[in-house]
Design a protein around this ligand. Structure first.
Ligand SMILES: NC(=O)c1ccc[n+]([C@@H]2O[C@H](COP(=O)([O-])OP(=O)(O)OC[C@H]3O[C@@H](n4cnc5c(N)ncnc54)[C@H](OP(=O)(O)O)[C@@H]3O)[C@@H](O)[C@H]2O)c1
Length: 329
């Protein structure tokens, strides 16, 4: 597995990480034993960058990672997040809190659940408009000073706020949605990351599964799957989006690759500081995704993908109104 530097953090990580969110909720039923097998298989494949949040399964996801890492000397890097406050456990309604007091308590709680002394990368999950970014960044810098976290970053931050944060303290990473069908970051956030040596961690790099060509109708998703709520997966947009992304499967057939590998290789070819974190609960998918780290696409193929799925081409918003709370891009 190739490696990429995590911006200004004092460490590098596998060029492709593993998103663990779906192992706790959102994408239908989960199974801890199977998830633990996937986590160990990831380590065997050379993946050492694991992504979680205090809100995934309301703490369940961090505890799952503790089961994976505790009692072993696996050299893994764990990124977790704070700042989304659920109104009720398991529900989608949310508040935001980036205040120093809340951050410090949330950090202690994550350390306890993760059974670790230090968090490798601590993200602000969503930007709270009530909290000036300079204050939030100053409080994160204190956590670095105190040895609670090694580095920090922001999810779905605007380039304006990233500039302001970088003026206070070096920022290791921005984590935002980026894939062939979600290109918002290209306008100003990616250039700002390059300017300040910030890694760009691309979440939902497979378009929440859509880019893999695995689904043709909404009925193929489990009835409890939260994607049913996302406008791009609504019945009136679903088949249009399936058609839009079918080029990924066409190209993968021509190149004898998997669609997920084409989607990830496209992402990694955009900039050297991009680190995708595809999520999966299947060892077969995990292996395919890991192999994408060594796939190089010709310029002709990259151009073909850009022409077929231009920015803004996806039908429907990527979040509901509630989901857009604190998203700045
Ligand atoms: N910062 C944020 O606000 C934010 C928001 C969303 C996600 N994230 C992070 O980003 C990570 C990844 O995003 P995501 O899980 O939303 O979306 P994703 O990685 O784009 O897609 C995940 C979906 O694709 C499927 N899949 C994965 N590899 C596949 C393959 N090779 N072939 C076919 N299907 C495949 C998975 O299936 P199975 O699960 O059934 O294997 C799952 O349904 C999350 O786990 C989370 O850590 C962060």
């Amino acid at each position: 597995m190739n490696r990429r530097q995590l911006g200004t953090a004092p460490f590098d990580v596998s060029a492709i990480g593993l998103g663990c969110m779906g192992m706790s909720e959102f994408y239908g039923p989960t199974n801890d034993d199977e998830s633990l097998e996937v986590l160990h298989a990831a380590a065997d494949l050379g993946i050492d960058f694991f992504d979680t949040s205090d809100m995934y399964g309301s703490g369940h996801n961090e505890k799952l990672l503790a089961k994976f890492t505790s009692g072993s000397d696996l050299p893994v890097r764990i990124a977790t997040k704070f700042g989304i406050v659920r109104q009720q456990s398991g529900g989608y309604a949310r508040g935001l809190n980036n205040s120093k007091g809340y951050m410090k308590k949330a950090c202690e709680a994550s350390l306890r659940r993760l059974k670790r002394d230090v968090i490798d990368l601590y993200y602000v999950h969503r930007i709270d408009p009530q909290a000036p970014i300079e204050e939030t960044t100053g409080a994160l810098a204190e956590l670095v000073e105190e040895g609670k976290i090694l580095s920090f970053g922001y999810s779905e931050i605007s380039s304006e706020n990233l500039e302001r944060a970088c003026a206070v303290h070096p920022v290791a990473a921005v984590q935002s949605e980026y894939s062939l069908w979600t290109r918002d970051a290209e306008k100003s956030v990616l250039p700002c990351c390059e300017k300040h040596n910030v890694a760009f961690v691309a979440y939902s790099p497979l378009g929440r599964g859509m880019l893999t060509g695995a689904y043709k109708t909404p009925g193929e998703l489990h009835q409890e799957d939260a994607r049913h709520n996302l406008p791009r997966f609504h019945p009136e947009n679903f088949s249009e989006n399936v058609n839009l992304v079918s080029v990924v499967a066409d190209i993968s057939n021509r190149l004898d690759l998997k669609p997920a590998q084409v989607a990830l290789a496209w992402l990694m070819s955009q900039k050297a500081n991009i680190i995708p974190i595809p999520g999966t609960r299947h060892i077969q998918y995990l292996t395919e995704n890991a192999e994408a780290a060594s796939v190089k696409l010709d310029q002709q193929i990259l151009d073909e993908l850009d022409r077929a799925i231009p920015p803004g081409a996806a039908r429907g918003e990527r979040y509901t109104e509630e989901g857009f709370k604190g998203v700045q891009m």
